[in-house]
Design a binder for this molecule. Structure first.
Ligand SMILES: [Zn+2]
Length: 457
């Protein structure tokens, strides 16, 4: 018996010692990986050394095979990469086992994203043509840092720190903006018609020209864009607008958004932009017209809010009519939204402060999990009535009022007219205090901010 137990222990030790990465239970991961800045820096340093080593291995592989490896694990060979630990980043919580299914290395755990897989080759080749060899070849995404998302090894075997989408900020891949400019100048000479990347590369080059004191070159970027990219390209006008905005070419910019609004009269972005440009040009009337098309709900301010009818969480009928005589907040929110969760104490505070002054709240939940909602209400001791349909954005009341963001608060006056459709966050307390005090000039005030000259009643 004793002997068997000892063998068991020995076997256990053997198993433990051959498993390089100790599996940590999921609930302990957060706690285990709260690192000090020094530890994080150390991890980045080790990861950088790993990337440099991978670069050398890839170079050796390339020399022998004449092509890049299909997977990073193909490098695991005495000739190229004798030590497989190089494939694991010390900051990788999953020890190289995570990743999207199609990107999981078939042979061994790998922490790094490898950009030269066969299905990406064409794409990468376009990137390299337009952005040069600073383009990432191997990337690490395991260093949670406010300054960058990815540690990259480039095609020229250099290390850079960048955002995930480096295409908009290519200077992150290079030692200086000038280097990035030079790479893009060559790239655009070769492939000015590239639709996949034109949305990024033209504005990036124009911006870098401005930032390096060569704003006079932006016009040539715009000309090249216009002569190379087809107007059928879906983001043509938006990209052109981004370029024109950089150089204050307002008349042309106006024309671009007019065309967009003509093509699609419901294009809210176009109307919002037209409102901004007309405001800048001093035409308040046209600015207001487009602002209202961008945000149709603004036209409701000072007008009666159409009623809804539903049943609340307790199964009782509920409608705005029942709240006549009170200032009421129609509060659209959901427990799956972190913005909403952060804002919950704020709403609760305002409710507690004004509930005895003819103020009430109707919660319109965009949740799709009733238990989560009920737990949330209980935890935060929320007493006001709730409407729940379980349909998220398709909730009938959210659809009826055209709600596109949460939290959204519609503040409704005692007589049922809309005071504000932005009554949440920092604005809420101010708006509610004015409304319960009966300051009817609030509507006028908001309308004047919007440049809306129509008289409120
Ligand atoms: Zn790393």
């Amino acid at each position: 018996m004793k002997a068997i137990a000892i063998i068991g222990v020995v076997l256990g030790l053997l198993v433990a010692s051959t498993t390089a990465q100790v599996q940590i239970p999921a609930e302990r991961l957060e706690e285990a990986f709260v690192l000090t800045p020094e530890e994080q820096e150390k991890n980045i340093e080790i990861c950088t050394q790993n990337l440099i080593q991978l670069g050398k291995s890839i170079e050796a592989y390339l020399e022998v095979n004449g092509d890049y490896p299909e997977w990073l694990s193909d490098l695991y060979h005495p000739r190229y990469l004798p030590d497989p630990d190089v494939l694991i980043c010390p900051a990788d919580r999953m020890g190289g086992r995570a990743g999207f299914a199609r990107n999981i290395d078939p042979k061994m755990p790998v922490s790094y994203g490898y950009q030269f897989r066969s299905q990406y080759r064409e794409r990468i080749q376009e990137n390299r043509t337009l952005y040069g060899d600073g383009v990432p070849l191997v990337r690490c995404r395991h260093h949670a840092s406010p300054d960058f998302h990815c540690l990259n090894l480039s095609y020229s075997y250099k290390i850079s720190r960048s955002w995930s989408i480096w295409e908009a900020v290519p200077e992150q891949l290079y030692d200086s903006p000038e280097e990035a400019i030079a790479a893009m100048e060559i790239g655009l000479q070769q492939q000015p018609y590239n639709e996949r990347l034109c949305y990024y590369v033209y504005p990036a080059l124009a911006r870098l020209y401005i930032e390096t004191g060569r704003a006079d070159r932006v016009d040539s970027v715009i000309d090249l864009f216009k002569s190379s990219i087809n107007t059928d390209y879906p983001r043509y006008y938006l990209t052109l607008a981004r370029l024109l905005e950089m150089t204050d070419r307002d008349t042309e910019l106006l024309q671009v958004f007019k065309e967009l609004a003509e093509q699609d009269p419901n294009d809210r972005t176009a109307h919002r932009k037209l409102a901004e440009i007309y405001q800048k040009l001093g035409d308040t009337e046209l600015a207001t017209k487009h602002r209202l098309k961008a945000e149709p709900v603004l036209a409701l301010i000072g007008k009666p809010v159409p009623d809804f009818s539903a049943t609340d969480l307790d199964g009782k009928p509920i409608s705005l009519e029942q709240y006549r005589g009170k200032v009421v907040l129609l509060d659209f929110r959901a427990t799956w939204s972190s913005l909403c969760l952060e804002d919950t104490p704020n709403v609760k505070k305002v409710y507690d402060a004004y509930k005895d002054k003819d103020f009430d709240i109707i919660g319109i939940s965009l949740d799709n999990d009733e238990k989560m909602l009920r737990d949330h209400l209980k935890k935060h001791e929320i007493p006001w009535r709730q409407v729940y349909s379980g349909k998220r954005w398709d909730s009938p009341i959210a659809r009826q009022y055209g709600i596109r963001n949460v939290p959204t608060g519609w503040l409704i006056d005692r007589d049922g007219t809309l005071i504000s459709q932005q009554a949440s966050g920092g604005m809420l307390e101010h708006l509610v205090s004015e409304a319960v005090a009966g300051k009817r000039n609030l509507v006028k005030l908001i309308q004047s901010i919007l440049g809306n000259n129509r008289k409120s009643k």
